[in-house]
Design a protein around this ligand. Structure first.
Ligand code: SAM
Ligand code: DTB
Ligand code: SF4
Length: 342
C-alpha cells in the first residue's frame, strides 16, 4: 500500500495572489471573490498569519464630537439633514466631554480613539477645537483618529501638528456605483483628501460600506481602489450598511452575510499589512459571522456601546466574544509609539 500523503491543498489556483505591476485590477480582485469559500478563507488566513498574530485584535472607540445636521446627501447616513431619521443636530462637544469619553475608552481597553464629525468639511474655527481635542486625547496615551469630511490645503498639516495619528475618510464604494449613493461630492474629492492626509504624514484609514445594493464586481471595484492607493491605507474599515429608517438606502435588499466575510478576506489578501476593521453593522452580523470575519483576517473592531448615532455590541459582549475565541486585545505602551502585544 502506498504511504503517499494525500494533498488537500486548495483546488483553486486561478486567482492571483499578488497584484500585477500596475496594481490590482478589478478582474483580479473579482477572481478572489469568486474562489470557493474555503479556499478564499485559507488564503486569507495564510496572509494574515504571515503578517499578524492571528489571535490579536485592535480595539478602537468611536465618539461623535459633532452630530447631525450635515449638508451632504450620502444615501446611507442618518446624520444628513435632508433625511428624516430622528437624529437632531447638535453643536460640537465641549473638550471635557470628549476627554471623559476618551478616558473611559482607555479604561475599558481601547487603544485608539476616533472622533467623528458630521461635516462636509471642517471650517478653520472648527479645526481649532479638534486640534485641542487631538492634543489632549493623545496626551492620555491613546492613538488618535479623526473623521471630519474633506480636508483643504493646510488643514491636514494642522491636524498632523496637533498629533493626529490617523485620518479616516472612506471611498465608500466603487467609482461606478458612487453616483447612486452620493451626489454632493465626487470620488476625486475623496481621493484628493486622502492625498492631503498622506502628504501631511498622517496615517490613512480608508475603506467603505457593503450591502448598499452594489454588485460583487462593484465590491471588487471598491477593494481594488483602496488597495491601489499608493501606499495602501494602514487601516481599512469595512462597514456593513446599517439600514436607518428615513435614509434612501433603508429597505435595500440585505447582503448575504457570507459575502461580507468574503469582502473581509479579499481586503486581507490585497492589503496584507493593513488593520482590517469590522466597523458598522456588527450587531446585526452576530457572533458566528464575526468569528468567520476574524478567521478571514479582520483584526480590529469598533469597541463601545455606540458607533456615531447607531448601536454597537456592548463592550461586555465583545470581551466575552473575544474570550470565547481565545483572542486578546492589542496593547500599546502609554506614549503610543512602542507597540507590544500580549
Ligand atoms: N462626515 C464625515 C465623512 O463623511 O467623511 C465623517 C463621518 S461619516 C459618518 C464616516 C463614515 O461612516 C462614512 O464615510 C460611511 O462609510 C460610514 N457610515 C455612515 N453611515 C453609515 C451606515 N448607516 N452604515 C454603515 N456605515 C456608515
Ligand atoms: C467608519 O468607517 N465607520 C465609522 C467610522 N468610520 C467613523 C462610522 C460608522 C457610522 C455608522 C452609522 C452611525 O452610527 O451613525
Ligand atoms: Fe455628512 Fe459624513 Fe453623513 Fe455624508 S457620511 S451625510 S458627509 S456625516
Amino acid at each position: 500500500m502506498s504511504s503517499q500523503p494525500i494533498s488537500f491543498f486548495p483546488s483553486s489556483a486561478k486567482a492571483a495572489a499578488k497584484p500585477a505591476a500596475g496594481g490590482w485590477s478589478v478582474e483580479d480582485v473579482h477572481a478572489l471573490f469568486e474562489l470557493p469559500f474555503n479556499d478564499l478563507l485559507y488564503r486569507a488566513q495564510q496572509v494574515h498569519r504571515e503578517n499578524f498574530s492571528a489571535t490579536e485584535v485592535e480595539l478602537a472607540t468611536l465618539l461623535s464630537i459633532k452630530t447631525g445636521g450635515c449638508p451632504e446627501d450620502c444615501g446611507y447616513c442618518p446624520q444628513a439633514a435632508r433625511y428624516d431619521t430622528g437624529v437632531t443636530a447638535q453643536k460640537i462637544l465641549p473638550l471635557d466631554t470628549v476627554l471623559e469619553a476618551a478616558r473611559q475608552a482607555k479604561e475599558h481597553g481601547a487603544t485608539r480613539f476616533c472622533m467623528g464629525a458630521a461635516w462636509r468639511e471642517p471650517k478653520d474655527r472648527d479645526l481649532e477645537h479638534v486640534e485641542e481635542m487631538v492634543r489632549e486625547v493623545k496626551a492620555l496615551g491613546l492613538e488618535t483618529c479623526a473623521t471630519l469630511g474633506m480636508l483643504g490645503e493646510g488643514q491636514a498639516q494642522r491636524l498632523k501638528d496637533a498629533g493626529l495619528d490617523y485620518y479616516n475618510h472612506n471611498l465608500d464604494t466603487s467609482p461606478e456605483y458612487y453616483g447612486n449613493i452620493i451626489t454632493t461630492r465626487d470620488y476625486q474629492n475623496r481621493l484628493d483628501t486622502l492625498g492631503r492626509v498622506r502628504n501631511a504624514g498622517i496615517k490613512v484609514c480608508s475603506g467603505g460600506i457593503v450591502g448598499m445594493g452594489e454588485s460583487r464586481l462593484q465590491r471588487a471595484g471598491l477593494i481594488a481602489q483602496v488597495a491601489n492607493l499608493d501606499p495602501y491605507p494602514e487601516s481599512v474599515p469595512i462597514n456593513h450598511l446599517v439600514q436607518v429608517k428615513g435614509t434612501p438606502l433603508h429597505g435595500t435588499e440585505p447582503l448575504d452575510p457570507l459575502e461580507f466575510v468574503r469582502t473581509i478576506a479579499v481586503a486581507r489578501i490585497t492589503m496584507p499589512k493593513a488593520r482590517v476593521r469590522l466597523s458598522a453593522g456588527r450587531r446585526e452580523l452576530g457572533e458566528a459571522i464575526q468569528a468567520l470575519c476574524f478567521l478571514a483576517g479582520a483584526n480590529s473592531i469598533f469597541y463601545g456601546d455606540k458607533l456615531l448615532t447607531t448601536g454597537n455590541p456592548d463592550a461586555d459582549a465583545d470581551r466575552a466574544l473575544l474570550d470565547k475565541l481565545g483572542m486578546h486585545s492589542r496593547h500599546v505602551t502609554h506614549d503610543a509609539k512602542c507597540e507590544v502585544t500580549g
